[in-house]
Each structure stands twice: as structure tokens, then as C-alpha cells.
Design a protein around this ligand. Sequence first.
Ligand SMILES: Nc1ncnc2c1ncn2[C@@H]1O[C@H](COP(=O)(O)OP(=O)(O)O)[C@@H](O)[C@H]1O
Ligand SMILES: O=C(O)[C@H](O)[C@@H](O)[C@H](O)[C@H](O)COP(=O)(O)O
Length: 185
Amino acid sequence: MVVLLVVMGVSGSGKSTVGSQLADKLGWKFYDGDDYHPKENRKKMAEGIPLNDQDRIPWLCCLHDILRRDHESGQNAILACSALKRMYRCILETRESDFRSVTHRREEDRPAPLKILFIHLDGPADLIAKRLEKRKGHFMPAALLQSQFDTLEPPSPPENFLTISLEKPVSEIVAEIEEFIRNMY
Ligand SMILES: Nc1ncnc2c1ncn2[C@@H]1O[C@H](COP(=O)(O)OP(=O)(O)O)[C@@H](O)[C@H]1O
Ligand SMILES: O=C(O)[C@H](O)[C@@H](O)[C@H](O)[C@H](O)COP(=O)(O)O
């Protein structure tokens, strides 16, 4: 069985750090969603302008295609991606922004949704802000953090997710995810 994990959360929540360390440990593929933003999105964020749905949808479709490709080739993969709204997580799973349009299509015409486990790194804005102030050489300004929290729709049932406190050390978060995967799959 192929395992697809998306490490999600607001900017600075630790997605890249946790995702890359977990992938190294497990020997799985790792993708950082940031690397796939078109230059217009990066420019917008660098100017302190939050992205909107129109900016994010093509980017999320491209990330879906990457996960789909790995799924089809039997490759376990981890993606670090903000995935802030439920609709964005739906695109990662189905490539469709409206789940109703997926269910309305004839079953034989639609590919099965990808089964993704979302790992939500959750924690207080003030701690994340402190971490972002120290982070160097990144295009995302700390000032956009509030807009990320405003946009965030934390995953909830029936979504397939695990929430972990980002206040824990990275090694502990990685171990917790490993343990969860072992028991689940
Ligand atoms: N659990 C953690 N404990 C302490 N520092 C962390 C933790 N997770 C991430 N960091 C630090 O916080 C900053 C933001 O992490 P990063 O992985 O870049 O977040 P994101 O990819 O979500 O934007 C980095 O400088 C990273 O080293
Ligand atoms: O959806 C978005 O608004 C962006 O994807 C954003 O959430 C993401 O966080 C940036 O790419 C910045 O990169 P960091 O998450 O690494 O700060």
C-alpha cells in the first residue's frame, strides 16, 4: 500500500523541517510545496500580499499531479504544503475544488481520490512568529502569519488527519508520526 502524507499548517509551523526529516528517516520521496509556487505567487508573498484561491488552485493541482504520479508508481511520498482550507485539501486528493462536481460525475469517468493522511502542525501564533523572525533567506514575510491563521480551516472529521503540537521538539514530532503510520497501515 502506498502512503501519501501531507504535512500541513501555517507558514513557519515546521512543515519543511518535519517533512524532510521524516522522509530522510523513512527513505521516502519528499516535496516542498514552496518549490512549486509560480513566480507570480512568490512575488506576491514577498510583497506581503496573501495568496487567494485563484493563486493557489493551479499550484495545488500541480501538487496533486505529483502525488498521483508517485501513487501510480508505488512510491511513498511526503509533501510539505500549507493546505490551509478544506477545499485545498480536497484538490490535493481529487484535483477538483468542488467535491460535489466529483461526486456528480459518472464513477467510471473519475479517478479514485488519493488517500492522503494530513499531519497538521498546530500551535500558537506567538511561538511561530518568534521562529519566523529567526528564519533567514525565505521569501515569506512574518507579517503574513496573521492572514495564514485567518485562512486556516483546521482539519476535522471525516477528514483523514493527525494533529500534532508544534511546541514539541522536531524529533518527537517525527517519532509520533512514524508511530501513527506503523499502527495505521
Ligand atoms: N518543532 C520545532 N521546534 C523548534 N523549531 C522548529 C520546530 N519546527 C520548525 N522549527 C523552526 O521554525 C522555523 C520554521 O520552520 P519551517 O520548517 O521552515 O516551517 P514551514 O515549512 O512550515 O514554513 C525554522 O527555522 C525551523 O528550524
Ligand atoms: O498557501 C500559501 O499561502 C502558501 O503556500 C504559504 O502558506 C506558504 O507557507 C508559503 O509558501 C510560504 O512558505 P512557508 O510555509 O515555508 O513559510
